[in-house]
Design a protein around this ligand. Sequence first.
Ligand SMILES: [Zn+2]
Ligand SMILES: [Zn+2]
Ligand SMILES: [Zn+2]
Ligand SMILES: [Zn+2]
Length: 138
Amino acid sequence: MKPRRHVCDDCHQPIGNLEAVLVNDKLLHLNHFRCHLCHEIMDATAAFHTLSSSKVACTGCFSKNMAPKCNVCNEGIIDNGVTAAGKTWHSTCLVCNRCRKPLTDTFLLDPLGQPLDHDCFWGVRLQKIVADSFKQTG
Ligand SMILES: [Zn+2]
Ligand SMILES: [Zn+2]
Ligand SMILES: [Zn+2]
Ligand SMILES: [Zn+2]
């Protein structure tokens, strides 16, 4: 049986009397507390995100890789998201899919989940109704 030593989970060297952090039951040298994705050393006192039992990511990588993606620009959304019908947008990316007007508080989704303002939504509806009625009679 090997004696249980305090070793850093990153460099596998003894912690010794260096400063260490305990993350998800693993010890790491304070200067080996890295983001799993960009491998940058993280500030253990700042915000970070746990990916799985032994992996952590900085907020920057987390937003890029794990946060909900904007339906328009595909960038991660941290705090300015708008969610509807299971999709998420940056509030700044949320524009009408037809006329590109910024959508604020009220908007509608077409059958493909694209956001539309009221005018365009009813415009599309109307076109479809007219097209369908032509199909039926023709
Ligand atoms: Zn280490
Ligand atoms: Zn990172
Ligand atoms: Zn966006
Ligand atoms: Zn519109």
